[in-house]
Design a protein around this ligand. Sequence first.
Ligand code: SF4
Length: 352
Amino acid sequence: MPESTAASTLLETQDLRTWFPVKRGFLQRVVGQIKAVDGVDLAIRRGETLGLVGESGCGKSTLGRTLIRLERATGGSVRYRTDGSMIDLLALPRQRMFAMRRRVQIIFQDPFSSLNPRLPVGEVVGEYLLIHKLPNRQQRIEALLRSVGLSSDYLYRYPHEFSGGQRQRIGIARALSLEPEFVVCDEPVSALDVSVQAQIIRLLRNLQREMGLTFLFISHDLTVVHHLSDRVAVMYVGKLVEYGPADSLYRRPRHPYSEALLAAIPRYRPAAAAQERVLLEGDVPSPANPAPGCRFHPRCRYAESICRREDPPLVPTGGDGTHYVACHFAEQLRLDGVTPPQTGAATKETMK
Ligand code: SF4
């Protein structure tokens, strides 16, 4: 992609693959591969939030975890800009990757299971500070708790004494304890009530501004993604099918799968239009056995015979070089978008 060479690029992947072997029988012979991430090219700019959306099981979380080496990649590269040059995280020896952990972190989906129940909050938040032998631990922990809106009186309490939203604040404090540059937010509000979601999203936005963070924000909820994202990538069965500026992708999607996902957000559509919304039928196919040609063709209402034979590449569409689509008919189709409210207003209106 053209932006891959830009100085603003913090991280880029090329042909990134994460496959898991399917084993059977007494001898555990490998009989196939689950291609959770299957040839992803992606560039993330410093300081932006890239939203990553798609149905459950499409490979979003595996992609996020592979970027920071919590999953082992099968192939491809993840290049990260550090001290002016790009280094391949996948090729780093373990000791150098340990040092890189200070720059790349993750906020997990489930605040209930991601915190050690046997440790008081102060130790949970200070865990990475201890591992990396950083000084002034106590002051840092108290400052981190304050930065996520929690009192330092909570230092000696245990995770089970907190609500879901408070636990996610603790998880965020821990993820930010090493002052990272890049954070994978893996469905960080999916397990929370809607009113609490809005608070956590506001908190993430404020922290991003104050700390100059770059986010990959993973969610199956396109409303939530719109509140935070500068650009959005749409994933289907291990591949990116569309990728572009958030507002233009929501207003004028160019891939039929994006159109169907957007049509399922009734809050963004006038009532009359909602009645004609595009239904997405059938389940997400198994990444062990994706359809030949365009993987979306069994569910696509625009499919033609070429779609069953040839896999469309992800290419620039629309002329300005910011929008990428993997569809044989991206230039011809006139798909329905939605009209999302302005981000600030949206947070108040739709997420309270
Ligand atoms: Fe639908 Fe064909 Fe485009 Fe795939 S390539 S999204 S099947 S029109």
